[in-house]
Write a protein that binds this ligand. Structure first.
Ligand SMILES: Nc1ncnc2c1ncn2[C@@H]1O[C@H](COP(=O)(O)OP(=O)(O)OP(=O)(O)O)[C@@H](O)[C@H]1O
Ligand SMILES: [Mg+2]
Length: 236
């Protein structure tokens, strides 16, 4: 197996306060990995550093074997690294289709490819297809989350990171977003999900459990569905 992402001794903080205390993990090609932890564990800090939005204090992040240290956030998107951010960050006064097309900015010279990618996203999220000309700000919470994930898919990432897709969604809608995510993965995109909701576990091949800026456990296979695991680490 090939590592898509390697995170080594990563230390990240805000000002002088470290939040991540030297974490290590690898994401293998084709897997769906979920980074699980409670409020404030450091999950958003982790994906923000990987996306280039926060500068690490120390440590190394490699993407397809190459150091990301000198890559800007936009260069990382062009490289195939895409983040659907916490809080969705869609453009409320643009339509669904306009929001999605903005997600393809890194491929803007190839409109045919952008069109194909748009069709693919509409396939994952038929609700977005029905609402292509609707103002994004008038979508329901679940639809806005679909739009945020869809927009991140528009840049044709090899690694898709999704920060808390389930936040504020009903269990049914959360499952719909996770199911679409699993389909995106089956179509060849490696996925790193961030969640504090243990309901995401059945959709993942592997779970990394984070507590207070440290990775405390890795779960695969049956362990993922282990109830004790949920109790121990998530208080579920
Ligand atoms: N801009 C910031 N300035 C200072 N501290 C911050 C900042 N952003 C986050 N932190 C702190 O870093 C820690 C980790 O935050 P982070 O957002 O990474 O957690 P999280 O695991 O994503 O939590 P949640 O599930 O609530 O989104 C928290 O203690 C938080 O207060
Ligand atoms: Mg967060």
């Amino acid at each position: 197996m090939m590592a898509v992402l390697e995170v080594q001794d990563l230390v990240v903080g805000y000002g002088q306060f470290p939040v991540l205390h030297g974490i290590n993990f690898v994401i293998e090609e084709g897997e769906v990995c979920v980074l699980l932890g409670l409020n404030g564990a450091g999950k958003t800090t982790t994906v923000s550093a990987i996306a280039g939005l926060l500068k690490p204090t120390s440590g190394e992040i490699r993407f397809h074997g190459k150091s990301l240290r000198r890559r800007s956030p936009s260069a990382r998107v062009k490289d195939g690294l895409s983040l659907s951010p916490e809080g969705r960050r869609i453009f409320p006064r643009l339509t669904v289709s306009q929001n999605l097309r903005l997600g393809a900015w890194s491929k803007r010279r190839d409109t045919r490819q952008a069109r194909q990618q748009l069709d693919l996203v509409f396939g994952y999220f038929p609700r977005l297809a029905e609402r292509g000309n609707q103002m994004a700000g008038t979508l329901s919470g679940g639809e806005q989350q679909m739009l945020a994930v869809g927009r991140a898919v528009m840049s044709r990432p090899s690694l898709l990171m999704i920060d808390e897709a389930s936040l504020g969604l009903s269990p049914t809608l959360a499952r719909a977003v996770w199911e679409a995510t699993a389909q995106i993965a089956r179509d060849g995109t490696t996925v790193l999900m961030v969640e504090q909701n243990a309901g995401a576990l059945p959709f993942a091949d592997r779970a990394l459990l984070m507590e207070k800026g440290t990775l405390v456990h890795t779960a695969v296979g049956d362990d993922i569905r282990n109830v004790n695991l949920r109790e121990a680490y998530l208080g579920a």
